[in-house]
Design a protein around this ligand. Structure first.
Ligand code: RFL
Length: 421
């Protein structure tokens, strides 16, 4: 990368955000010869360490593998095919692999980001710019958008004209906010609870996932690796991590995850402690003019059913395909010189791939949002303080433990269907 690029450069696609969504889009475009520039607000070192998701659905791993992006996952990830509910002091195994024919891959998100960066930047010599400041989008409703940013080293402003912008900058990015009032509809739902998300430097105390359902609140255990375990504790909205010192966390986890015959929890230092407000939103449509949102920028889903990263990958694969088709259709493959751009400013993308992008993603998005809401009620009903909700959520739980068809339907959704049903 030149240290002094001209004031206005041109590319086919500017990808904003180097999370799973942006990195999958950038890798696919680079591999298909579509010119793109990837802009990331944080440093490479930071995003390679930021802890988040851990579960990948099998279809997502297979889809990445088809594009040569899953070698390390297939080599290193462990797979899981069952989990446990604990309530009333008893343990109930749910054999999700047996019920659905699919497994979860346990692969930490920072590791996936590291792999995708290595593939795009180191192996593919893709154009990625880190630590960029004040990213701005202009002209997204027209046919030649411009993305500008400030270079952190020189302080100078750069402008990139492009055919399309992939807005992959997560829930707090600038892409969604750049859409003018009324351009899209945002539907929101607040689960009304908060979770304390914890990473413990301690070996797992069970083989995989344990969901503890308790009238004091929900608690969870998720094996992440031989020395690291993720835990969650439902906490009152408004609580801060400081309200939850080490002793209080472990005391509460022991109560909520306790059951006859369960091995004791192995304690360890809490290396991450964040409070998550469990809320959800969906932006419809996911495209506005030449801006196409993907991942958390387009839809946030509380990590109740571990769906967010999987949806981000799904969007990214579809968006990349549509952008590649668009690039081929208009003969712009590999173009890095500007022209006057297309005419006709096709709102939402005039080409069939891009025109269908939003609808193709939203089907899976709404399926996963619905499943997450359903599971949220199962997990939080007991502690709602409402006897009626506690009763109905217990009935849901019993049904899925006692009825074969209900268990199979649940496992299919929990593990993620190939076609997003
Ligand atoms: P990301 O990962 O947030 O990446 C967005 C990137 O954009 C950058 N950015 C900007 N760049 C340039 N200019 C700007 N103005 C920018 N503003 C932001 C950010 O620095 C970042 O690098 O979004 P993406 O790619 O859409 O991926 C979404 C996933 O990260 C998210 O859905 C998951 O982490 C959710 N999630 C889980 N999903 C799963 O599928 N399985 C899980 O097991 C799972 N566990 C979790 C989770 C999320 C969690 N938290 C922290 C909310 C567990 C937790 C605790």
């Amino acid at each position: 990368m030149s240290t002094a690029p001209p004031a206005l450069t041109h590319t086919s696609v500017v990808v904003i955000g180097a999370g799973p969504a942006g990195l999958v889009v950038a890798n696919r475009l680079r591999d298909s010869g579509v010119a793109c520039v990837l802009l990331e607000a944080e440093s490479r070192e930071f995003i390679e360490r930021r802890p988040r998701a851990g579960f990948m659905e099998e279809w997502a791993v297979r889809a990445l593998a088809e594009h040569g992006l899953a070698d390390r996952i297939l080599e290193h990830a462990i797979t899981q095919g069952e989990f446990e509910f604990r309530f009333d002091g008893e343990r109930h195994a749910v054999r999700t692999a047996e019920l659905s024919g699919r497994r979860h891959f346990v692969y930490p998100q920072p590791q996936l980001v590291t792999d995708l960066l290595a593939s795009y930047v180191d192996k593919g010599a893709g154009d990625a710019r880190f630590d960029v400041r004040d990213v701005r989008l202009d002209g997204i409703g027209g046919d030649r958008p411009v993305v500008s940013y400030t270079d952190p080293l020189t302080g100078s402003r750069h402008r990139i004209a492009c055919d399309h912008v992939a807005g992959c900058d997560g829930a707090r990015g600038v892409a969604q906010a750049a859409i003018p009032e009324g351009g899209v509809t945002v539907s929101r739902r607040d689960d009304g609870v908060a979770w304390l998300a914890l990473l413990a430097q301690a070996p797992p105390s069970a083989d995989g996932v344990v969901f503890g359902i308790h009238e004091r609140g929900f608690g969870a255990h998720m094996a992440r690796g031989p020395e690291v375990t993720r835990y969650y504790l439902q906490v009152p909205s408004g609580d801060t991590p400081e309200d939850w010192p080490h002793e209080r966390v472990w005391h509460e986890l022991r109560i909520r995850l306790g059951a006859a015959g369960a091995p004791p929890l192995t304690e360890g230092p809490l290396v991450e402690k964040v409070v998550l407000d469990m809320h959800n939103y969906v932006v419809e449509p996911m495209s506005y003019g030449r801006l196409h949102l993907a991942g958390d920028a387009a839809h946030l889903i509380a990590p109740i059913a571990a769906k967010g990263m999987n949806l981000a990958i799904h969007d990214a694969l579809l968006l990349a395909d549509a952008l590649i088709t668009d690039g081929r259709g208009s003969g712009r493959e590999g173009r890095d010189q500007g022209d006057t751009g297309r005419t006709g400013g096709d709102e939402g993308g005039g080409d069939s791939g891009l025109a269908g992008y939003s609808q193709a993603c939203l089907r899976r998005v709404w399926q996963y949002q619905e499943f997450s809401q359903w599971l949220s009620e199962v997990l939080h009903g007991a502690s709602s303080g409402d006897r009626f909700r506690a009763g109905t959520s217990r009935a849901r739980l019993r049904r899925l433990l006692e009825s074969g068809p209900a268990a199979r339907a649940f496992a299919g959704l929990y593990m993620g269907e190939e076609d997003g049903r």
